[in-house]
Design a protein. Sequence first.
Length: 212
Amino acid sequence: MLANALSLALFAGAVMASPCKPSTTTPSYSTTASASPSPTSTAVVPGDKFGILALRSASPIHFAQFSAALSSIFLNLPSQNATCDDGTNPTTADSATFTLSEDGGLYLYAASATPQQLFVDRSGMGQGKLGYTTGAQPAPRNGERTAFSIDEYGDLSFNGAGFIACPNSIDGAWSVWVDAGVANPAGNSGCLGLSARTVKIAGTADSCLYTQ
C-alpha cells in the first residue's frame, strides 16, 4: 500500500543520503537510498504517480506527507477518509497520491473517470488558497490550475512560488497554501514556509476518491 511505499523512515534515509541542493532549501533525494544519487535519478515527470513530502527542518511538519480531504490539502492529518483501492482490493491511504499533466495541471491520482484537480487562488481574497475540485466542478472565480512544475531536485512549485503550512486546522492538522506573499494567510498565525519534495511511487499506487 501507499502507506508502506511512502514510509517516513524511507523518506528520512533518502533525504540524508542525497547531495545538497545549491541553495538554502533542503537537498534532493532518491526513494532508493544509494550513496550519492543524481538529483535527477528518480525525477518525477508528467504522468508519474507521486507523493509529496514537506521539508522544514526543526519543525512539526518536517517529513510530513501531503494529505487531501474536504477539497483542501493538509499536513499531519490523522485520516483522509478517502475511498481507495489498489485496483483489486480496498485500501487505506494515509497520504495523497498526485500526478502532473503535460500542461502543468496537478491532479489527485485515481483510476476512475472522475478527476480531482488542484487549483490555487492567489487573489486578495484567496491569499494562496490551495484546494481541489471534483469532476465537472469549476475552479473558484480566481482559481488557477495549470502552472505547477517540478524542478530538477524534485521540488514542486506553482508559477515559481513555494508553499506555506499553517497550524490549528481540522483535527489538529496544518493547512497547506501556496506562497502568495502573505506570511499568515486567511488570518492564520504561526505559518511556516516549506519545500514540497515529490517522491515517485514504486509499485502500485492507491487510487482514491477524496472527500469534498
